[in-house]
Each structure stands twice: as C-alpha cells, then as structure tokens.
Design a protein. Structure first.
Length: 246
C-alpha cells in the first residue's frame, strides 16, 4: 500500500480527497495522517514518512513550499492542491510538478494519482523541483525552469536560454551554457512556463529570448547570440519587432 498524507487547511477538501481515494484507489492508497497548517504538516511528514503527499499551496501560517523546504523527510511524490491562482499554477509548472485544482475533478484526480504512482522520484530530484517552483512563487529575480529529458533533469536559468525550436510535440532548447536540450513538450506548453516579458513567440515553431537578439535583417530573420538565426513569420513580424526593439 502507498502511504498518503493530506495537508489542507480546508477540512471539506480533505474530506473530498479522502472520498475519492476510497472510490478509486482503495486497494493502492492508505491515508496515514492529515494536517491543516505548516507546523503540523512538517510534523506528520517527518513522523509518518509518506509515499505520496496531497499538499495545499496556501495555508493559514505559510505555504506548501514552506513545508517542503523545512521537512527532513523528502522521499515522496507530491501533488499540489490549488485554487485558480495563476501565480501558484505557473510556479508549479515551472518546477515540472503536478497539481489538481479546487474543486477537485474526478478525472484530474485520477490522472494525477496515476502519474504520481508511475513517476517515483528520488529525494534529490524532488528537492530541486520544489526549489525552482518556490523561487518563482516568491518572485526571485533570476528565474529558473526545470527541463526533463528521458534520463536527465536540468535546472536552467531563463537568461541562458537563447531560443526554442519545436518539432511536433518535441521542443529543443538552445542555451549558452549547455548543449541542446530536447524535451517532449509542445511549444505551446513551453510558452506557458517562460516569462512573457522576455520570451517572444516569433514564429509557429520558434520562441526567442529578446535579451539575446542582436539584429533583424531584411530576410525576415533575427540574428541572436552565437550567430544563431531565428525566423520571424510575416504574421508575427509587427508584434515581434515591437516587443524586442521598442
């Protein structure tokens, strides 16, 4: 059995998740403890050492990120629970973590649990993902994002990304510090986690970091650092040039 802890300051949400576990995962999941704030959350995690944690973002005495940064035991999967908080959702996505929205939809709940059961991460990986999400949530100036390939987890500073190029459901990142990094995400999904004030969707298949753009030439191409050439579509030309050069 997978040991589960629920941490949410709204008792009806804990009741809702408890019922869904009973309905859909009674043979796999077993709830060993619950908590409703940061202090008690840390205590139950360190005492009971769960395999899976359902964790609210906003708690009465802090955040779910506070719990994860302060607890000693970290060898578990986490599924965040959040309302329609755009900052929290983006922070979770930036860290490549999983979440469900309140009110909790049955299908979203089942998908999140199945993903967690099939995606056990080691303690060091979880710590890094949470660190990146927490930085974004707290408004750290130099932002990082998590990129996962089949065998590696990268924590990349946004400033180091020169541009991204998509090919179907795969996107390749071209960076200053590393070789090319290919991830199995569409460019639309990548656009959701990058800072919109820095990264410009200049083409159906390209996103460019405007900080690295050197010039735009008459052939409809942006020249960027390391002599890369990034095309600009005619449909996006006016918007792209305005965002970069104005």
């Amino acid at each position: 059995m997978i040991k589960v802890i629920l941490i949410d300051d709204e008792s009806y949400i804990r009741d809702e998740i408890r019922k869904k576990i009973s309905n859909y995962f009674s043979n796999e999941l077993f709830i060993i403890a619950e908590a409703d704030n940061v202090k008690s959350g840390i205590e139950v995690i360190n005492t009971h050492k769960p395999d899976l944690l359902f964790l609210d973002i906003q708690l009465s005495d802090g955040t779910g990120f506070d719990i994860l940064s302060k607890c000693d035991y970290k060898n578990f999967e986490v599924v965040f629970i959040t309302g329609y908080d755009s900052l929290a959702i983006k922070a979770i996505k930036v860290g490549a973590l999983d979440y469900i929205l309140k009110p909790v939809d049955n299908n979203e709940f089942k998908d999140a649990v199945n993903k967690a059961l099939n995606n056990r991460q080691n303690e060091n990986q979880l710590e890094k993902l949470v660190e990146i999400s927490s930085e974004y949530f707290k408004g750290v100036e130099k932002k990082r994002i998590i990129l996962k390939t089949s065998d590696t987890v990268y924590a990349i500073y946004e400033d180091d990304i020169i541009y991204c190029r998509s090919n179907g459901n795969y996107t390749t990142f071209y960076t200053q510090q590393l070789d090319k990094i290919m991830v199995s995400k569409s460019l639309k999904k990548i656009e959701e986690i990058l800072s919109s004030t820095i990264f410009i969707r200049c083409h159906q298949s390209y996103i460019v970091n405007k900080k690295h753009v050197l010039k735009y030439n008459k052939n409809g191409v942006l020249i960027v650092n390391l002599d890369f050439k990034v095309p600009v579509s005619s449909r996006r030309k006016e918007y792209t040039l305005k965002m970069i050069f104005n």
